[in-house]
Design a protein around this ligand. Structure first.
Ligand code: UD1
Length: 402
């Protein structure tokens, strides 16, 4: 490992890659690296955006994008493509919603002919959703190399479907790109070879840094009455969508009871995920008028709200990282996190789901006793650049026998 946390890359071994060291013209003569990139659900989109942008800058790469269709609503998918300039997918598998088994099986079935048609050198997957494991499995069975971006994160809680997806995807992947040091240790403990693990930083933070100033021009503050000319009122943001928090009416009611107490002192904006929306409609739970439920919002509006919030309460994975990058206090309403660096270095606190602990921690923050964090190593907006450089050096081209 180098002094700045980057691993040293093995010496270039392939004749076609050696040519890349010379000029752009020679780059054209070598076979292009064909990468099939995968998205499925909302959190995949800010991760794939900088990777697609970076791959499109390199003539030596042919980048294909496949959308599984796991998320299909305008606000969970299309708006992200438009706002982040992600190219339209070459293929949409349109799998839609379903149980874990049926959704995963449908993706497996529908992606195999796409892999056989496009014959990529590499399949690149991000995150930990059902699409991530399903496409990794289909690719690995065909002998196609798999790169996993955001590898090695572990909550060690198998009741989370994402934890199962993470463990299995990492067991299949040939190139493991990690966002934090502890992920390296997790992968080594699981027997993954050291030379397949690359510490590169965080692609979601690439997107955050790329879009932050544009996001802060969003009109959402005016629309929600949070902004008066240039100055913002103090407010909080809440997101809740983990099945363990929202699928049971009792737990959801307890959590919203705690949030109501906080909302009596601080207006809280709650963009509601479709899963949570369904449960709320069934439950008839009432809430404080200062807890404002709104529909899911697009990337720029949400980033704007996060960056201006006095406090964020969430059970999301990615939001723990985004608040750390923004220096905004975050209370995570879960018993564990797969992203421990947001606690050891960032602004995140794990408060669990006990209402009195949530209210106590929120009051501390509102009284000025917020945790001061720092930005983890390599969360500098250049993760996608590092990943693409590594792929160009280490992935063999044209070697798969279909
Ligand atoms: C999925 C991911 C989760 C991620 C979350 C982000 C898995 C196992 N879970 O959870 O890791 O944090 O996305 O949003 O992959 N629905 C719609 N419109 C859509 C998509 C879904 O209304 O575009 C509704 C459907 O009723 C569906 C429910 O939301 O049954 C849940 O969707 P699903 O993709 O199964 O899981 P998420 O809770 O979104």
């Amino acid at each position: 490992m180098g002094t700045n946390g980057e691993v040293s890359i093995p010496k270039r071994q392939f004749a076609d890659v050696i040519l890349l060291e010379y000029t752009g013209n020679l780059e054209k003569m070598s076979p292009r690296l064909k990468v099939l990139n995968v998205v499925g659900a909302r959190p995949n989109l800010p991760k794939i955006a900088p990777l697609m942008r970076e791959m499109q800058r390199h003539e030596a790469i042919e980048a294909i994008l496949v959308h599984t269709g796991q998320h299909y609503d305008e606000n969970l998918s299309d708006v992200f493509f438009r706002q982040m300039g992600i190219p339209s997918p070459h293929v949409n598998l349109e799998v839609g919603s379903g149980s874990h088994a049926s959704q995963t099986a449908e993706i497996l079935k529908r992606v195999e002919p796409v892999l056989l048609e496009h014959k990529p050198d590499l399949v690149l997957v991000v995150g930990d959703v059902n699409s991530t494991i399903a496409v990794s499995l289909a690719a690995a069975k065909l002998g196609i190399g798999v790169a996993h971006v955001e590898a090695g994160l572990r909550s060690y809680d198998r009741s989370m479907p994402e934890e199962i997806n993470r463990v299995l995807t990492d067991a299949l992947a040939d190139y493991l790109f990690v966002t934090e040091e502890e992920a390296i240790q997790n992968l080594l403990r699981e027997g993954r070879p050291r030379e397949s693990i690359f510490m590169v930083g965080n692609v979601m933070i690439d997107s955050l840094r790329h879009f932050l100033s544009l996001a802060q021009q969003s009109a959402i503050g005016d629309e929600l009455g949070l902004k008066n000319s240039a100055s913002w009122r103090r407010f909080g943001v809440l997101t809740l969508h983990r099945p363990s928090n929202v699928d049971g009416v009792q737990k959801l009611g307890e959590l919203l009871g705690a949030i109501d107490t906080i909302a009596s002192e601080l207006p809280i904006i709650f963009p509601v995920h479709p899963r949570t929306q369904q449960r709320l409609m069934q439950s008839g739970i009432h809430h404080h008028p200062q807890l404002r439920l709104i529909s899911s919002v697009g990337y720029l509006d949400f980033l704007c709200l996060l960056s201006k919030a006095a406090l964020v309460l969430t059970d999301s994975g990615g939001i723990q990282e985004e608040t750390t990058a923004l220096g905004v206090p975050c209370l995570t309403l879960r018993e564990n996190t797969e992203r421990p660096v947001t606690i050891s270095e960032g602004t995140n606190q794990l408060v669990g789901t006990d209402p009195s602990k949530i209210v106590g921690a929120a009051k501390d923050i509102l009284c000025g006793r917020a945790k001061v964090g720092k930005i983890p190593p390599l969360w500098d907006g250049r993760a996608a650049t590092r990943i693409v450089e590594i792929l160009l050096r280490v992935v063999p081209r044209g070697s798969i026998n279909y």
